[in-house]
Design a protein around this ligand. Structure first.
Ligand SMILES: CSC[C@H]1O[C@H](OP(=O)(O)O)[C@H](O)[C@@H]1O
Ligand SMILES: Nc1ncnc2[nH]cnc12
Length: 309
C-alpha cells in the first residue's frame, strides 16, 4: 500500500468499534516512537476505490481506559499511513437541556479538565520545545465543511437526529462520572458537552499538523439535572448502539467527499505549516535521537541527517 493512498482517518469511540458498512481491505499495525496504537488500524475502501483508515480508540473490545489511550501512538500511526485529516467520534454527556441524548454535535471549543496524567505532547521527553497554537482546537475549515455534509447525512438517514454546532466540550479525567456540583460548575463555565477523550487527541493532531474535527454523539444528560438521576453507564449504553449506527451512516456519507477535499488540499491549509514557527528555533538543533523521533510526525522540520552531533 502506498503511503499516499490513505488521506482520511476515522477514530471511533465508545460503541463505534468498526465501520463494517465499508469494504474491508486489510489491517495494519504500525509501530511508532510512542509505541503501538490502541488496535490494529483497519483500512477500508469506499465505492470509488479510495481508502480510509479506521482506529478504535479504546481497542476493538473497549479494554483501554480513557486515561490510558495511547493517543501519541494513535495520531502518529495514522499520520505514518499518509493520513492528513481525522474525523473523530466520541460518546458524550450533555450539559444543556436543548442538546438531547441521541443528538449529534460538532464542537468548536474545549475546556481541559484532564489531570496532567496523560502524555499530551510529542515533544514531551525530548529537548525540543514547541508551543502549538490551540485557540481554535478543532480545524475550523474542516468543521464548517463537515457541518453541511453531516446535517444532510442525518436528514437523509431519516431518524430525526439533530446536529448542534459551535458548542464547547469539557474533557474530564474519569473514569468516574462527574458529581452534580462539578456538572453544574461546567455549565456555569460555558461547557455544553462532556467526555473523557477529547484530549489530548486534538492537541496531538494539531502538533502533527493534521486537520481534525470531532463528531460528538450524545448519550446522556450527565449529572446536573436536579430532578433526574445522575448519569450511569447503563444510561449511556441505551443510546450507544443507535448512535453508532448513525455514526457509520454519516461516515459513509461524507468520507468519499472528504478524501477528495483532502486531495485538493484546501481543507488542510490551516494546518499545513502551522508548527513551523511553534518550535523554539534553537531547540530543533539538539540531538539525533530527538530529531529522529520527531521526524516521524514532522518530517519537514526534523531531518535526522541534518544534525551535527
Ligand atoms: C462509555 S461512557 C464514558 C466513555 O465514553 C466516551 O468515550 P469516547 O470518547 O471514546 O467515545 C467518554 O469519553 C468516556 O471515555
Ligand atoms: N456524562 C458523561 N461524562 C463523561 N463522559 C461521557 N461519555 C458519555 N457520557 C459522558
Amino acid at each position: 500500500m502506498s503511503s499516499k493512498d490513505v488521506l482520511v482517518g476515522v477514530i471511533g469511540g465508545s460503541g463505534l468499534y468498526h465501520l463494517d458498512n465499508l469494504t474491508f481491505v486489510e489491517r495494519v499495525s504500525p509501530e511508532t516512537p510512542w509505541g503501538y496504537p490502541s488496535a490494529p488500524i483497519t483500512i477500508c475502501s469506499l465505492p470509488s476505490g479510495c481508502k480510509i483508515a479506521f482506529l478504535a480508540r479504546h481497542g476493538p473490545h473497549h479494554s483501554i481506559q480513557p486515561s490510558e489511550v495511547p493517543s501519541r501512538a494513535n495520531i502518529s500511526a495514522l499520520k505514518s499511513l499518509g493520513v492528513r485529516v481525522i474525523l473523530a467520534f466520541s460518546a458524550v454527556g450533555s450539559l444543556r437541556e436543548e442538546i438531547a441524548p441521541g443528538s449529534f454535535v460538532i464542537p468548536t471549543q474545549i475546556i481541559d479538565r484532564t489531570k496532567g496524567i496523560r502524555p499530551a505532547s510529542f515533544f514531551d521527553g525530548t529537548n525540543v520545545v514547541a508551543h502549538a497554537a490551540f485557540g481554535d482546537p478543532y480545524s475550523l475549515k474542516l468543521v464548517r465543511w463537515l457541518e453541511v455534509r453531516a446535517e444532510k447525512a442525518l436528514a437523509d438517514e431519516g431518524r430525526g437526529v439533530v446536529l448542534h454546532k459551535d458548542k464547547c466540550i469539557v474533557c474530564m479525567e474519569g473514569p468516574q462520572f462527574s458529581t452534580r456540583a462539578e456538572s453544574n460548575m461546567y455549565r456555569a463555565w460555558g461547557g455544553d458537552l462532556i467526555n473523557m477523550s477529547a484530549l489530548p487527541e486534538a492537541k496531538l493532531a494539531r502538533e502533527a499538523e493534521l486537520s481534525y474535527a470531532l463528531i460528538a454523539t450524545v448519550t446522556d444528560y450527565d449529572s446536573w439535572r436536579p430532578h433526574s438521576e445522575a448519569v450511569t453507564a447503563a444510561e449511556v449504553f441505551k443510546t450507544l448502539a443507535d448512535n453508532a449506527n448513525t455514526s457509520r451512516h454519516v461516515a459513509a456519507a461524507v468520507l468519499e467527499d472528504l478524501h477528495a477535499a483532502a486531495l485538493d488540499g484546501g481543507i488542510l491549509s490551516e494546518e499545513n505549516g502551522s508548527m513551523r514557527f511553534s518550535i523554539m528555533p534553537r531547540s530543533g538543533e539538539q540531538n539525533q535521537e530527538d530529531v529522529k523521533k520527531l521526524a516521524f510526525i514532522l518530517p519537514d522540520y526534523f531531518k535526522p541527517g541534518d544534525v551535527a552531533n
